[in-house]
Design a protein around this ligand. Structure first.
Ligand SMILES: C[S@@+](CC[C@H](N)C(=O)[O-])C[C@H]1O[C@@H](n2cnc3c(N)ncnc32)[C@H](O)[C@@H]1O
Length: 189
């Protein structure tokens, strides 16, 4: 389920190419008002939707609980962080601190609502057997074309344009590192 028709069409295409069209059903909908009757499913899971962006998980968990049978499972998967400029942690932290893709979702938000602290929301919702697991992906050059496309999209999403608040020194340093042809391995931050 997703709220965006484009995302659903993309998913349908993937599933169909993988040969699972008969086994997977898609539907448009809003995650806070699931279009299913109570106790419909053995389990429910959300990939990068609930908890992204940050917000109060309690009503969303309650809605997921409503549609899952007693004794069933809830699973939430969410992107938490990345390291894209290895060797330059301070520069990356400063770029992130001024990033317009984050600030509207982070500024003024209670840190207790951060997804990485979400386990307490599960416990407060009365769920039992709460566990948390971290999945880490690592890519190294040479990149294949899918990895390259994904990383270029991520760089563009995060730091495609100079952000208000980033210093000109940091922006130059970033350009120096990441603009093709400008690499200078002797540069240090
Ligand atoms: C980061 S994408 C993840 C897409 C997909 N689940 C995946 O794992 O590839 C976040 C998705 O959440 C969807 N979304 C955001 N708010 C939503 C809401 N209130 N109800 C349903 N879907 C929502 C967006 O349309 C977007 O497709």
């Amino acid at each position: 389920m997703d709220i965006l028709p484009e995302l659903l069409a993309y998913g349908q295409d993937l599933v169909s190419k993988a040969g699972y069209a008969e086994r997977v059903t898609f539907c448009a909908g809003e995650v806070s008002r699931l279009p299913f009757v109570d106790r419909s499913f053995d389990w429910a899971w959300s990939a990068d939707c609930i908890g992204y962006p940050l917000g109060d998980l309690a009503p969303l968990l309650a809605e997921l609980q409503r549609v899952v049978k007693p004794g069933g499972s809830l699973l939430l998967l969410a992107w938490s962080s990345q390291q894209l400029l290895p060797g330059h942690p301070l520069l990356e932290a400063r770029l992130n601190a001024t990033c317009s893709a984050y600030i509207p979702y982070l500024a003024g938000v209670n840190p207790d609502l951060h997804f990485l602290r979400a386990a307490h929301s599960f416990r407060e919702a009365g769920l039992e057997g709460v566990t948390v697991q971290t999945f880490v992906g690592d890519v190294q050059a040479p990149l294949n074309s899918e990895q390259r496309t994904a990383l270029v999209s991520l760089f563009n999403m995060l730091w495609g344009q100079p952000q208000p608040g980033v210093s000109s020194e940091d922006w130059q340093a970033y350009q120096h590192l990441c603009t093709p042809g400008s690499a200078n391995l002797s540069w240090t931050s």
